[in-house]
Design a protein around this ligand. Structure first.
Ligand code: AMP
Length: 190
C-alpha cells in the first residue's frame, strides 16, 4: 500500500507517518527531511536550496522529483511508501502518478489532515523549541500555510476524482488521530 499524508505544515504529518510506519511496516518518504539532510551534510544541492527553504518557499519540482524517484525505484520499498510532504502542487501530483506507473505502482489512499492556521502556528512554535528548524517561526509558518492553501485544493481535487481522499480531523489529539487513521487504513486493506 502506498499512502499520501497531506496537510499544511505543522498538521502532524511527520508524527502520524511515524506511527503508520511502525504499525503497517511502511517506509516514510519525507521530502522535507531529505532536503534538510542535504543542507545538514552541506552537499552541493544543500547549498543551493538552503536559502529557499529557510524563507519557506518551495524548491523546484525537478529537485524533489529526482529525490523521490530514488525511493520509488527501490524494490525494498515497493508498495510500502508513505509520502509525507509530496506532492505539494498539481504538477507534482501528476509527476508522482507517472513515476508510480513507471514502477508499476499506485496510490491507495490520500489522508488529508484538516487543521486551522491557529493550531498550525501553535504546533510549529512548540516544535521550534525542540527541533530548532530554521523555517519554524511565525512569519515563515504563515507563508508556508498560505502556499499550502493556494495549491492544496487542486491537488485534492485531482485525487478526489479517483475517490482516494479521506479527511481526518487534524485538530484532535495525537492518539485520537492515530485511531482514526488506523480505521481508515484497515478499511482499505479490507
Ligand atoms: P516540510 O518538512 O514538509 O514542512 O518541508 C519543509 C520545506 O522543504 C518546504 O517549506 C520546502 O521548502 C521544502 N519542500 C519539502 N517538500 C517539498 C516539495 N514536495 N516540493 C517543494 N519543496 C518542498
Amino acid at each position: 500500500m502506498n499512502i499520501i499524508i497531506f496537510g499544511p505544515p505543522g498538521a502532524g504529518k511527520g508524527t502520524q507517518s511515524k506511527f503508520i510506519v511502525d504499525k503497517y511496516k511502511l517506509y516514510q518518504l519525507s521530502t522535507g527531511d531529505l532536503l534538510r539532510n542535504e543542507i545538514k551534510n552541506k552537499t552541493s544541492l544543500g547549498l543551493k536550496i538552503s536559502s529557499i527553504m529557510n524563507k519557506g518557499e518551495l524548491v523546484s519540482d525537478q529537485i524533489v522529483s529526482d529525490l523521490i524517484e530514488k525511493t520509488i525505484s527501490d524494490k525494498n520499498f515497493e508498495n510500502k511508501i508513505i509520502f509525507d510532504g509530496y506532492p505539494r502542487n498539481l504538477a507534482q501530483a501528476k509527476n508522482l502518478d507517472s513515476l508510480l506507473e513507471k514502477y508499476n505502482q499506485k496510490i491507495d489512499v490520500v489522508l488529508k489532515l484538516s487543521v486551522s492556521l491557529e493550531t498550525v502556528l501553535k504546533r510549529i512554535l512548540e516544535r521550534q523549541t525542540i527541533e530548532k528548524r530554521a523555517d519554524d517561526n511565525k512569519e515563515t509558518a504563515i507563508k508556508r500555510y498560505k502556499t499550502y492553501e493556494i495549491s492544496s485544493e487542486l491537488v485534492l481535487n485531482y485525487y478526489s476524482r479517483s475517490n482516494l481522499v479521506k479527511v481526518v480531523n487534524g485538530e484532535a489529539g495525537i492518539s485520537e488521530i492515530n485511531i482514526e487513521i488506523s480505521g481508515l487504513i484497515d478499511g482499505i486493506k479490507g
